[in-house]
Design a protein around this ligand. Structure first.
Ligand SMILES: Nc1nc2c(ncn2[C@@H]2O[C@H](COP(=O)(O)OP(=O)(O)OP(=O)(O)O)[C@@H](O)[C@H]2O)c(=O)[nH]1
Ligand SMILES: [Mg+2]
Length: 376
């Protein structure tokens, strides 16, 4: 009796030893082991398998990391119009972009201002990145009133305006500059694409590919991320002025366009616009004769000052008139927040890369993003 108990105890002990040796063996195989047939480590095989899966957002496989000085596959840059006093808001944006994306790609930055940048601003930005950084001042002609605008009428509008930023003269200069002149600044002369950035925005997700290259290789002209409706009092006559332009210049409007995104079935304006504080654009679009003619038409009407037309609805109406949907890309994989609105990817494609809560991604459900998905 005693002998058989001892035998069972010995068998149990041996069982534990054998299991332990087996576990250690499997562990060693997993960490350093070689697959006998291919000679490839199991971890290598796993990593290869993951890297071969098509990443969302484009042909990112094997995307090289670009050196700060090296030539990039696209002449692209991150561009901000910004004031000296916004240094710390701008630093937050640059820090997040560097951490999430640009430390690998090292695309240059261009900062523009209607006043000279201080040394403190320049150093405060340069400290954050290895990429090339340039600072430019605006040509006076691109910041202010064109000679045909009645400045008394413009002031009356500002004094009586009941809408956000309605009282601000500089905000109107900013919107006119971003609508008609940013792409003409000499520092952008050599660029094919720009990615607009602003102070105090957030980038929530790692971006593991080159959006400039993605746009270029796919023939995309305009990339966006949030699409709300514009506040009506700021654009009272913008749609009528745009329709006038379309009637006068039918040869400029291609048959296949996106006009149904901005035009309701009864002909009225949807006020849908891409929120241009984030936009990635093929600058040949803004440099085109069509875009220039449209901007000139709007500018002549004075609506940047007699109302408060934003560059977002202006850019968006141009996209809707002149581009096909297949040339416009919804960067719904880029988690982004500008004060008041945010977009968080739903998580299915970017799991593990984002710090935002997909349930907060309410811009995704905005009617204009939905409308974009529904038009052909
Ligand atoms: N240099 C300069 N930049 C400006 C001026 N006004 C606005 N900007 C910049 O233009 C961009 C848009 O201006 P914002 O004031 O952010 O406009 P917004 O995004 O409609 O409004 P917010 O909700 O306040 O962000 C930002 O990058 C600003 O830093 C200005 O007078 N001078
Ligand atoms: Mg802003």
């Amino acid at each position: 009796m005693l002998g058989s108990r001892r035998a069972i105890a010995i068998f149990k002990f041996l069982g534990v030893i054998v299991s332990f040796v087996l576990l250690v063996h499997i562990g060693v195989l997993l960490i350093t082991g070689r697959n006998n047939t291919s000679g490839q480590s199991i971890f290598d095989a796993w990593t290869n398998m993951l890297s071969q899966q098509k990443k969302y957002g484009g042909n990112s496989e094997g995307a090289p990391q670009y050196s700060p000085e090296g030539i990039k596959p696209v002449r692209g840059a991150l561009v901000a119009l910004v004031r000296n006093q916004e240094l710390y808001g701008m630093r937050k944006t640059v820090r997040e972009l560097e951490d999430r994306w640009n430390h690998k790609y090292n695309y240059p930055y261009i900062f523009l201002n209607n006043k000279p940048f201080t040394e403190k601003f320049k150093q405060g930005i340069r400290d954050l990145t290895k990429a090339k950084v340039e600072f430019g001042v605006l040509d006076k002609k691109t910041w202010g009133y064109p000679e045909w605008v009645d400045q008394i009428k413009a002031k009356e509008e500002r004094d009586s305006a009941q809408y956000i930023k309605g009282h601000s003269e500089s905000y109107r200069f900013m919107c006119r500059f971003q609508s008609g002149f940013v792409h003409k600044h000499p520092l952008l002369a050599d660029l094919e694409f720009y990615w607009r950035i602003e102070p105090d925005v957030n980038y929530y997700c790692d971006i593991d590919y080159d959006p400039f290259l993605f746009m270029k290789t796919n023939g995309l002209k305009y990339g966006w991320n949030i699409a709300p409706t514009e506040y009506e009092p700021t654009v009272r006559t913008l749609w009528n002025t745009t329709q006038e332009f379309m009637k006068k210049n039918p040869q400029m409007i291609p048959d296949k366009n996106m006009i149904d995104w901005v035009r309701n079935s009864d002909g009225s304006y949807t006020r849908c616009h891409f929120w241009s504080n984030f936009e990635i654009v093929d600058l040949s679009f803004y440099r085109s004769a069509e875009y220039q003619a449209y901007f000139d038409h709007l500018d002549k009407s004075g609506g940047f000052f007699y109302e408060r037309w934003g560059d977002a609805p202006v850019h968006s109406l141009a996209v809707a008139m002149f581009l096909k949907k297949s040339q416009v890309h919804y960067f719904d994989d880029i988690g982004y927040r500008h004060p008041a609105m945010a977009h968080c990817p739903d998580g299915s494609k970017e799991r593990g890369k984002c710090i935002c809560d997909p349930d907060d991604g309410w811009a995704h459900g905005f009617s204009c993003a939905k409308r974009f998905r529904s038009i052909s």
